[in-house]
Design a protein around this ligand. Structure first.
Ligand code: ZN
Length: 314
């Protein structure tokens, strides 16, 4: 690692903590939008870990994980550097929206382009200003609207290093997830930087258990990387190499018997689809032995809607 970390032409030396404002663009009101990047460097050099929240602007749990780490001052390592960006998608955050004002998803816009859409510009800024300076990252996410996730780390098991880091995080669930084209994780992976994705809760809601699990896991990963000496005890992590969304064949009212984190055997009943008039009662069964890691909390469903995200081993 070089002596200085350089972001936006600003040099941060060992033992320094600094907020660097990356200028992105203006709002239509002509107000400038800056992306605050917080850099925490220990006196002793070591690995550089990136923490990002709010890549999707309505996913508050990740933002809260990074915010609490800053507030508790556990973001400052004893060795190495932490670069924290609590809210990547400032535009989405102020609008309670996942994407940018034009609807584009930053996490499908990597590696980005300077002259492209706002999503591509933000992706380009991350790839050019931040990624060259980091070794590893944790990208904190939350389930979509009305869809809640059980606390889980997603990484590709094809990368030995990724799997090792995922295990070190020690979340309740560790799941294989292939690299998605144009995602942040995939673009960073191509540059040789391992990014873990942490998911918990649903958008625009706090998930207290998942927030604290995210903080504890980050500390365990920092300990594993030699950045700190002490970290909270790990969970008994359940490891799954596959997952699927169980979709409904019928429209109607979804009544679930399953809870997030609950394990089932193949063919056990997870819930039912009923119609409001007492005619339909279509049972939803577990497709494999496995665990419910995501749940659609909206009772009203159309044919083909995703009901349950189910993890299993094949
Ligand atoms: Zn997300």
């Amino acid at each position: 690692m070089p002596e200085f970390i350089t972001i936006n032409k600003e040099k941060v030396g060992l033992g320094e903590r600094r907020v660097i404002d990356l200028n992105i663009a203006r709002l239509p009101t002509y107000t400038t939008i800056d992306l605050p990047v917080l850099v925490y460097r220990a006196q002793e050099d070591g690995p550089v870990l990136l923490l990002t929240g709010g890549l999707h602007g309505d996913e508050i749990n990740g933002i809260e994980i990074v915010r609490r780490m800053i507030e508790r001052d556990i973001v400052m390592p004893e060795r190495g550097t932490v670069i924290a960006i609590p809210i990547v998608n400032i535009y989405g955050f102020i609008q309670n929206a996942r994407g940018l004002p034009d609807g584009k998803d930053i996490n499908r816009s990597f590696p980005g382009a300077k002259g492209g859409s706002l999503a591509k510009l933000l992706a380009h800024t991350l790839m050019n200003e931040i990624i060259p300076e980091v070794d590893y990252g944790i990208d904190f996410h939350t389930g979509g609207s009305t869809r809640a996730n059980f606390p889980q780390i997603r990484c590709t098991f094809k990368s030995e290093r990724g799997l090792e880091l995922g295990k070190a995080f020690g979340a309740p669930v560790l799941m294989h997830s292939g690299l998605i084209a144009r995602s942040f994780r995939s673009a960073a992976h191509k540059k040789g930087k391992e990014i873990l994705v942490y998911e918990t809760g649903e958008s625009l809601r706090y998930d207290e258990l998942g927030i604290e699990e995210g903080i504890n896991g980050t500390q365990r990963l920092m300990k594993h990387l030699g950045m700190i000496k002490e970290a909270p005890q790990a969970n008994d992590t359940r490891i799954f190499n596959s997952s699927t969304w169980i979709r409904t064949k019928n429209a109607g009212l979804f009544i679930t018997r399953a809870e997030l984190g609950e394990s089932f055997n193949k063919r056990q009943v997870l819930g039912s689809i009923k119609d409001p008039y007492g005619e339909l009662n279509s049972r939803v069964h577990a497709p494999h032995n496995g665990m419910v890691i995501g749940l659609n909390n909206c009772p009203v469903v159309n044919k083909g809607d995703a009901l349950i995200h189910y993890a299993y081993n094949k």
